[in-house]
Design a protein around this ligand. Structure first.
Ligand SMILES: C[S@@+](CC[C@H](N)C(=O)[O-])C[C@H]1O[C@@H](n2cnc3c(N)ncnc32)[C@H](O)[C@@H]1O
Length: 205
């Protein structure tokens, strides 16, 4: 099954709120974004944003240049339906981050909760990182949440790569400075414990 079909199937099996990773509010991300004191018009992308409510809260907080990229049309349609008229305030990119080529220096903030860790092959994770380097402005911010070593090896029936702080730092590389990090225990609607590692990196040049 293709990656697109895999994710379409996962999203069509259950309502959004019953999916393993569902969180009504991305509180750590929102707290960290608030601390950045970004201007309202800075371009922000949520990579693998799916049907996440982060974009709703960013709009509510006044950010005017929001993009959500996801491989699943189904997920993007759910987010659009929830936002109603406000969906017009968002740029929606229906694409695989390991295939699409993003334009250079487009974004001031790259957000990803629970997408990167599904890229278990070195080739696919490198394609993701190539896009990150291409599309993030110098001085730009990355907020990324992945499974931590204590988390299960699978999520929604798919294998994931779990990252310690050191592993994530090494993976993202020396061009980024670690600004803050935290862990959060997420309990899925089915009661499974998933420990997340969140990191905020800043691109040096
Ligand atoms: C575990 S969900 C997390 C969704 C959202 N970030 C959240 O925290 O609610 C992973 C998301 O990544 C998307 N995804 C998986 N592989 C992808 C890829 N290669 N390119 C773009 N999106 C991808 C899935 O469709 C899904 O929406």
């Amino acid at each position: 099954m293709s990656k697109v079909d895999q994710w379409q199937k996962i999203y069509s099996a259950k309502p959004t709120e019953k999916l393993g990773w569902y969180k009504p509010r991305m509180q750590i991300s929102l707290n960290w974004i608030e601390k950045l004191e970004l201007a309202a018009d800075v371009p922000i992308i949520d990579v693998g944003g799916g049907a996440s409510t982060l974009v709703d809260d960013l709009i509510e907080a006044g950010y005017r240049s929001n993009t959500v990229l996801d491989i699943s049309k189904h997920a993007l349609s759910s987010a659009k339906a929830r936002l109603g008229e406000k969906q017009k305030l968002v740029t929606w990119i229906d694409a695989d981050i390991t295939v699409v080529e993003l334009l250079p220096c487009q974004y001031e903030l790259w957000h990803d909760r629970a997408m990167f860790h599904f890229l278990i092959s070195p080739e696919r994770s490198q394609k993701y990182l190539d896009n990150l380097f291409q599309a993030l402005k110098p001085g730009g911010h990355v907020i990324i949440g992945t499974f931590a070593p204590e988390a299960p090896k699978m999520c929604s029936g798919l294998p994931v790569r779990r990252y310690s702080l050191e592993e994530l730092q090494n993976t993202i590389g020396g061009d980024f400075e670690l600004m803050r990090h935290d862990k959060e225990l997420h309990i899925t609607p089915g009661g499974i414990e998933q420990m997340y590692l969140y990191c905020h990196f800043r691109r040096k040049t």
